[in-house]
Design a protein around this ligand. Structure first.
Ligand code: ZN
Length: 226
């Protein structure tokens, strides 16, 4: 029986020790890959387990790892840290046609703690997405087109922001990580492609060609909005 993602068993002390070890390593940490239990657990809510200094240094490191990967988001569990912390930023130069169809516009850097999202309206969009923890793969995922995103900033302020389009996709993907959910859980699995096969056959702004060629629907009918 599916019990859903288990809670992390890490204590505050274990989280602190894990972060200290990563910060003191002197090199960028590897990104944890699918199959590691930390990616399948609910991360601990941030409630002061780290000092302001540790948190600030960890956020800086996560931003470096995200840039180096490169990616548009990184969640703390992807570094083996079961804490509700994620960073997002999208400054990539995107083909204008793809940017228009995907409603993708630049997203300034943002570090969030204890985030959650709520759909605004019933709009859904289906596009290929990937994950740094499922290296070399991508699949089509239906995501809410508009969400209300609630989170805490590193200095403790509670914030609400509305996101739409690709930005909404990014914050949904990263928040899912903190709840033990990977994009493949929500994907049309018949769309699953290596990056090389995607580039060879399905690299276009939309998913229509891949839908016909691989035989999958857009996944939108399968999502319950209730
Ligand atoms: Zn991911």
């Amino acid at each position: 029986m599916n019990q859903g993602p288990p809670e992390t068993a890490y204590t505050a002390e274990q989280i602190r020790e894990t972060v200290e070890r990563i910060l003191e390593a002197g090199a960028l940490p590897p990104i944890v890959q699918a199959g590691h239990p930390v990616l399948r657990q609910r991360a601990a809510a941030f409630d002061g387990q780290l000092s302001d200094d540790q948190l600030g240094r960890l956020i800086t490191l996560m931003r470096q790892v995200m840039h180096e990967a490169p990616g548009v988001g990184l969640a703390a569990p992807q570094l083996g840290i079961p804490l509700q912390l994620a960073v997002v930023e999208d400054q990539f130069d995107v083909d204008p046609e793809a940017a228009a169809l995907r409603h993708r516009s630049p997203l300034d850097f943002l570090a969030v703690l204890n985030p959650r999202y709520t759909p605004l309206g019933h709009g859904l969009a289906s596009f290929y997405e990937g994950c740094l923890s499922l290296n070399g793969l991508q699949a089509v995922v239906a995501r809410y087109e508009n969400v209300l995103f609630e989170f805490q900033t590193p200095d403790g302020a509670r914030m609400q922001r509305e996101f739409s389009g690709w930005q909404a996709r990014i914050v949904q993907h990263e928040t899912d990580h903190l709840n033990g959910v990977l994009y493949v859980d929500r994907a049309q699995l018949r769309s699953l492609s290596t990056n090389a096969e995607y580039a060879a056959h399905w690299a276009e702004p939309g998913i229509g060609k891949a839908q016909l060629g691989l035989g999958f629907d857009d996944g939108i009918a399968g999502i319950s909005l209730h």
